[in-house]
Design a protein around this ligand. Structure first.
Ligand code: ADP
Ligand code: MG
Length: 715
């Protein structure tokens, strides 16, 4: 048999059969490399003789001890627990095992064992229930620091450790170093083979931490530089030719014409930041290298117009562009905006949704293929394999965190089948991303920031309402509705039976307490009870609703027929109705800060005063803090910053939001320093064109594929 490679499937490892292979896949471990780079969650440290009597009640500790008494089964209890005493120089402790009758035969007085578990104190007696306990003979006393991994059913840490050891023995020599030598020297790093051996089988916890740090460097270099290399591949001139306008000269004039057309249709003038963003894009479109740009602007800052202007320019160059929206509701809305802004420009705008009728879909597909449609708006349906374009030049993703990098990439690279991006790429996001983070996430993406809000915007006043039965809720609703305005009521779930649909960012389950959430249908009943829905037509909206019904409700809400819209977070992204200026968010504690901010961004779009009521009966510290922050600030950038200070990354800055795979050693926020240090060093090295530069370059390309390739659809 050939020598296994890092990219070989795990089944080449002795002892991994089809069943284990499936289980490992659940942990996202598919290749030998995945196995080697699967880092321990923590270490049990048995290298020091620690006393369990120092442990606080409930603390988890590791220690070595000897079995003191013969394990005995309590036959009177149905669970047949096995208990006995173990101890060391520091005292003794009673261990009890439920549902583990084999334990009685496994341990005998005098055996030395390694124990890890939670200490409880019962009177003066220390106890442990179902601890991890292993015979010292089996573990081997040369490894006193034992790695503990995140596991899935049917796999033990010991098994995993054994497989990793085999994998390292077979392939560790193929691990390539990606860290420049000056950093390796100054940080005292080791060769990758040794580093990975240490992180899995460390002599001390300190050594393990040092190796983890080295792997964090490695990971951030792979992500930061690897992404960039991917993008550099994109700029190969050959590939870019197709996106260059046939004659860039006429473009300026054409753009001016389109611009004034759009502006006429717009009915307002663009803010300074919008103009700058459009200018940036225009410059990019005229260069020979595909654009890779991020437009960052808080909710309501007016990103849609910018996107549509970019599409108009592309259409005027005779090319096609696609705007990907995360929901059909939003896609429909963008479509309406595009049609109204571009009417009279001779630009053909089409909408394609998953649920579009087959016959209509076929017609649209034909128009995409023969180039008749130039501005194309839609959802994931546009990513389907059977869709062909005549001359696609620009892909815009709105609220990009809803699309995985992989999905977006699919559109960008498929055009010529070369696996190389050759299409202009524009991403619109309301999530503020620190510069260094953006660099790591998107490689060398340029950024345009829209900070300024359109003129005449009223501030949104946010109140925290601590009780669901508070009359303030109906009072505010009544007052605004009486003025002819409309209202949103947002709930965290749809009906009784459904599992609660919480925000991805929702953190601690304990937060919500046990107060059950108000559903969309609960709310509907409530409005019938209190008479509001008799006075004001009420509609409901949630994600799993029939597509046509959804559109109908949305249209009726935007046209003003429906006055009160009760919905889930489907309205979070992008829905735009300037006449709706009050929003009630029920069980607001169930949503993360970034979602709350997004939701609230639906109001405050018109000229009248807006109110957001955050209703929550939770008294958890975290929930209250979030409500307070929401009441004090309506600036997304500021909120994100505060959130970061309070709780670290995760909500505004979670990797999931950006569609990139979870990192194993590095933390995207706390390790940002490392990221810029490391990436700078690599860039400097590349500029030097030394032999080392070449070596590192090819190592990064190779290791990036192994580490991220599959997940980002590059392989
Ligand atoms: P977002 O950045 O959240 O996607 P939108 O593009 O949906 O924001 O814009 C929010 C609202 O602001 C829309 O109703 C849009 O028509 C309006 N708008 C956008 N730009 C301006 C502007 N320069 N002046 C006034 N209103 C604007
Ligand atoms: Mg938007």
């Amino acid at each position: 048999m050939d020598k296994p490679e890092l990219s070989s499937p795990v089944s080449v490892i002795h002892g991994i059969g089809p069943a284990a292979e499936d289980r490992l896949a659940k942990l996202d471990i598919c290749t030998v490399y995945d196995l080697i780079s699967y880092l321990p969650r923590r270490y049990d440290d048995w290298s020091n003789l620690k006393s369990f009597s120092d442990a606080a009640e409930g603390e988890e500790i590791s220690f070595r001890a000897n079995v003191l008494t013969v394990p005995s089964v309590n036959v009177r209890s149905r669970a047949r627990p096995v208990s006995f005493y173990i101890g060391n120089g520091m005292g003794r402790i009673k261990v009890t095992f439920f549902n583990s009758p084999y334990i009685a035969k496994k341990f005998n007085p005098g055996d030395e064992c390694f124990v890890h578990g939670k200490v409880t104190v019962f009177g003066t007696q220390y106890q442990m229930v179902n601890p991890y306990m292993e015979d010292a003979g089996r573990i081997g006393t040369d490894t006193l620091v034992k790695p503990v991994y995140h596991l899935t059913a049917g796999i033990t840490s010991l098994q995993l450790a054994r497989w990793i050891k085999t994998a390292l023995d077979l392939c560790a020599d193929q691990l390539l170093n990606v860290i420049p030598s000056d950093i390796v020297k100054s940080e005292g790093f080791t060769a990758p083979a040794e580093c990975y051996r240490t992180v899995h089988f460390p002599p001390t916890v300190q050594k393990a931490e040092q190796s983890r740090r080295q792997i964090a460097y490695e990971e951030l270099i792979l992500l930061g530089i690897g992404m960039k290399l991917m993008n550099r591949g994109n700029s190969v001139n050959e590939m870019a030719k197709r996106v260059i306008p046939d004659s860039a000269e006429g473009l300026d004039d054409k753009v001016r014409v389109a611009w004034s057309h759009v502006l006429d249709n717009l009915g307002f003038s663009l803010t300074k930041d919008q103009v700058m963003a459009v200018r940036d894009i225009q410059k990019d479109l005229m260069r020979s290298k595909p654009m890779n740009r991020l437009v960052q602007g808080d909710v309501g800052s007016g990103k849609t117009v910018v996107a549509i202007l970019a599409m108009a320019m592309t259409a005027l160059m005779g090319k096609q562009s696609v705007l990907l929206a995360p929901t059909s509701v939003l896609a429909r809305q963008h479509y309406n905006t595009a049609v109204s802004l571009l009417s009279g420009c001779g630009i053909n705008v089409v909408l394609l949704l998953g649920k579009t009728k087959a016959s209509v879909k076929k017609e649209i597909k034909d128009q995409l293929k023969d180039g008749e449609a130039s501005v194309i708006i839609g959802t994931h349906a546009l990513l389907s394999d059977d869709i062909e374009f005549d001359d696609l030049a620009l892909v815009i993703a709105d609220e990009q965190h809803r699309f995985g990098v992989k999905q977006r990439e699919k559109l960008l690279i498929r055009q010529d089948g070369s696996g190389v991006n050759s299409v202009h790429n524009l991403v619109m996001t309301a999530t503020p991303i620190p510069r260094t983070l953006a660099m790591v996430l998107y490689g060398d993406m340029s950024t345009s920031i829209i900070r300024q809000k359109p003129a005449g915007r009223q501030a949104i006043t946010t109140y925290f309402i601590p009780s669901k039965t508070s009359t303030d809720i109906t009072e505010v609703l009544k007052a605004k509705l009486a003025e002819g305005e409309q209202a949103y009521i947002v709930c965290s779930k749809i009906d009784e039976n459904e599992e609660e649909t919480q925000d991805d960012n929702y953190l601690a389950a304990d937060d919500a307490g046990d107060v059950s959430a108000t559903s969309v249908f609960d709310m509907k009943d409530e409005l019938e009870r209190n008479g509001l829905s008799a006075l004001y037509k009420t509609g409901i909206l949630y994600g799993s609703m029939n597509e046509n019904e959804k559109l109908e409700v949305m249209e009726k809400f935007v046209s003003g027929e429906i006055k009160i819209l009760i919905s889930t977070t489907v309205i979070e992204v992008g829905v735009d109705n300037p006449n709706a200026n009050v929003m009630v968010i029920m069980d607001a504690d169930r949503f993360g800060l970034s979602t709350l901010h997004q939701l609230r961004g639906r109001i405050g779009r018109g000229n009248s005063k807006s109110f957001c009521l955050l209703v929550s009966e939770s008294r958890s510290e975290l929930a209250l803090q979030r409500m307070k922050m929401m009441c004090e600030s309506s600036d997304g950038f500021e909120l994100a910053q505060k959130d970061l200070e309070l709780r670290g990354p995760g909500d505004f800055f979670g990797t999931r939001q950006h569609g990139i795979p979870t990192l194993r050693a590095a933390n995207l926020y706390t390790d940002m320093q490392i990221a810029s240090l490391a990436c700078d060093a690599v860039n400097r090295l590349f500029e030097s064109k030394s032999p080392e530069a070449e070596e590192i370059y090819s190592a990064i390309t190779r290791m990036f594929d192994l580490r991220f390739g599959r997940k980002m659809g590059v392989l």
